[in-house]
Write a protein that binds this ligand. Sequence first.
Ligand code: FAD
Ligand code: NA
Length: 389
Amino acid sequence: MNTDLLVVGSGFFGLTIAERAARELGLKVTVIDRRPHLGGNAYSEDEPETRIEVHRYGAHLFHTSNERVWEYVNRFTRFTDYVHRVYTRHNGEVYPMPINLGTINQFFRSAHGPDAARDLIREQAGELAGTDPQNLNDKGIQLIGRPLYEAFIKHYTAKQWQTDPSDLPAEVISRLPVRYTYDNRYFNDTHEGLPVDGYTAWLERMADHPNIEVRLDSDFFDESQPYSKSNTVGQVPVVYTGPVDRYFDFSEGHLSWRTLDFEREVLPTGDFQGTSVMNYPDADVPFTRIHEFRHFHPERQYPADRTVIMREYSRFAETGDEPYYPVNTAADRERLLAYREESKREKNVLFGGRLGTYKYLDMHMAIGSALSMFENRLQPFLRGTASLT
Ligand code: FAD
Ligand code: NA
């Protein structure tokens, strides 16, 4: 095998490992991906008719407070000064999100200051005071009161889970942030922005090293492929970022995921909704939100008479669907523990990334966790000073 390290999956986790091993240790790294493009879910492409950059697997906003990650990602791209904001369209009116003083005053037709708004929400949340929330509805009411919960959260959550919130466990929501200021900046992190020349250019620069070979359309479980599981495990160290249950042939059962369906459309107008993301929290609209990609890059020269929108629908993933968000039921957690035990016994294979650990990871978390794995586990092993498992 003419490689020192095999990385399965070319998302941010896999590419960070590959980049570090090639640049820091001078190793020959092979990265395989079963998709026809690199980059995992952060991949983006220009819509052919308008050249507007579209995030194929859902809108991706970069943000981090981790200085180490921020320094690292700036080696591969510069960032714009884009600041993310989300609005929500309820009963024919548009409100700012997350719920803040502006949302509250618009909803209640009031002009409360922070203290009065706090008192109002506390009083409304008191409806179920002292009771143990039996389901997600009760929990939501306890957190922000019935009126705001039913307007902005209840049906949105029902659409995300395709389940009536009275049948969802209370733990699905641990907190519902309410801001008692007019600040509707979506993220609180120190650093935020979008890659100046797009996600794919950034991802390609990470892989751009003479010691890194990326092989697309290559499934680790395809035996006819030179870098398949049976051809590599035991021969060469492997960092695996695909689904952990698939690696073990679902021996402990399937881990459950939610998936998304995207409906992309080019519209004959220069601006459809005036902002990048609009939520649709009402029951009579089947989608959860609409993305309008031109608004992610107001600094670019995009056509004045056309725009690209993408409606997002959410549902439980079935066989063959892209896994997006872990459902994380009690059964899932039990299976995950069993898979973790099996992973530890798997010599010379490290499991990482959102699929390999069954964990939702933002991009900065996937990168941060790959940097740690490289330093703490892979580097000592590859330098011959420690074993891998
Ligand atoms: P992935 O990007 O999923 O990469 C895994 C790769 O492994 C894939 O390319 C896959 O094809 C490959 N693979 C799987 N199985 C095999 C196999 N058998 N053989 C070969 N290759 C295989 N993060 C943010 O920071 N901000 C956001 O706004 C944001 N929005 C998101 C929106 C959505 C809808 C989703 C789903 C995620 C979002 N994320 C966001 C998270 C971001 O996508 C992840 O942090 C990132 O994708 C994690 O990288 P990864 O390498 O772990 O996984
Ligand atoms: Na292992």
